[in-house]
Design a protein around this ligand. Structure first.
Ligand SMILES: [Zn+2]
Length: 352
């Protein structure tokens, strides 16, 4: 995979950011190493600790074979820091973020970046003799099986026990693990949300399909009946059948409107950079799922566990591992989309 950063290269990029821009890039300590003992690194980008609910959390590298997105997040951080330090505009393809806006993003937001949630998986994807199409983490095979790995994006505590779009069998690509949050890699993501309640927006970068997804992922959305929701056990067994006219997941109408407006702005920003038209779709449009990071994050407020965090999944590009020249274009255009998310976060926080 020429051009893509190795696990060590991504670690070095994070260290470089912290060392070069100590006033802007702050290490965020994660409580746990990976299953195989690798450290997992996160960063907070911000010139000061912005007061109020001004946190944005960008996550990448959950699925091992989706190799563009970790490089994308460190590139995004580097470009923002360079432009900020030089007080220059940031050019992303055919678009430009004005110098004043670059300053505002760094001064008025706290950007939490976790570029490589699953370093063991990436190491296995990139290893000679490894598996370039590996998706899961590298949890050793249980005694009952010869298959390693848990699908981290089925391991969060959202309708986990339903195993909708997930499997209880370790040899399956979507094995959701022995319990919700059984994996250190997903517990680290939860920790970032727990430890930083100022976070109001979460974006999980995956590949591929050139799409912006908003909740929910378990069934069709509806805004009429708040009691028809994932919290209500009366509907256990009814979820996960979209277009059946039965169960649909409750979403407040104002949230749905905000998701659509923000996803639309992201789509426009990506298109302006290179002309690529991303689709805007409810997550269930792909297939019904449980245990995903976006639904879990958005659901936390409903469960009384936290303030409300608006959550998206973005599926970048048209293949898992494009030639690096194409990956570089994807990095540019999706970075423009991330700037659009930052603008939405500023607006959400009531910034002028
Ligand atoms: Zn993925």
């Amino acid at each position: 995979m020429p051009g893509y950063l190795t696990v060590a290269g991504l670690d070095a990029a994070v260290q470089h950011l912290v060392a070069t821009y100590p006033d802007l890039c702050h290490p965020v300590i994660l409580p746990e190493p990976s299953v195989e003992g690798r450290p997992i690194h996160a960063l907070r980008l911000g010139a000061r600790r912005a007061p109020g609910p001004r946190g944005v959390f960008f996550l990448a590298g959950v699925h091992a074979r989706e190799v563009v997105n970790p490089d994308l997040l460190v590139s995004f951080a580097l470009q923002l820091c360079r432009a900020h330090a030089a007080r220059r505009p940031l050019t992303l393809g055919r678009t430009t973020v004005p110098a004043a806006e670059v300053q505002a993003l760094i001064h008025d937001l706290d950007l939490y970046l976790l570029p490589l949630a699953n370093p063991d998986g990436r190491a296995w994807v990139q290893a000679p003799g490894g598996d370039p199409m590996w998706r899961k983490n590298r949890r050793p095979a249980p005694a009952s099986s010869h298959c390693a790995g848990v699908d981290l994006n089925r391991n969060y505590d959202f309708l986990w026990a339903t195993r909708l779009g997930a499997s209880a069998r370790p040899c399956q690509e979507t094995f959701s693990g022995p319990a919700a949050f059984s994996e250190p890699e997903t517990r680290n993501v939860r920790h970032v949300l727990d430890a930083h309640p100022a976070i109001r927006l979460f974006v999980d970068l995956h590949s591929f399909s050139e799409s912006v997804f908003y909740p929910w992922g378990d069934d069709d959305d509806q805004s009429e009946d708040p009691s028809m929701s994932f919290e209500n056990p009366a509907y256990d067994g009814a979820r996960g059948k979209p277009h059946d006219g039965g169960y649909r997941e409750f979403i407040p109408p104002e949230d749905r409107a905000w998701f659509l407006a923000t996803a639309g702005a992201v789509r426009e920003a990506v298109a302006a950079a290179r002309g690529t038209r991303y689709a805007v779709t409810q997550s269930v449009g792909l297939y019904p799922t449980s245990g995903c990071g976006d639904d879990y994050t958005y659901a936390r407020a409903r469960l009384g566990q936290a303030g409300k965090v608006m959550a998206f999944t973005v599926e970048t590009g048209r293949e898992f591992q494009p030639p690096y020249a194409e990956a570089a274009h994807i990095i540019t255009e999706v970075s423009a989309g991330l700037v659009a998310y930052c603008r939405a976060a500023l607006a959400l926080a009531g910034s002028p």
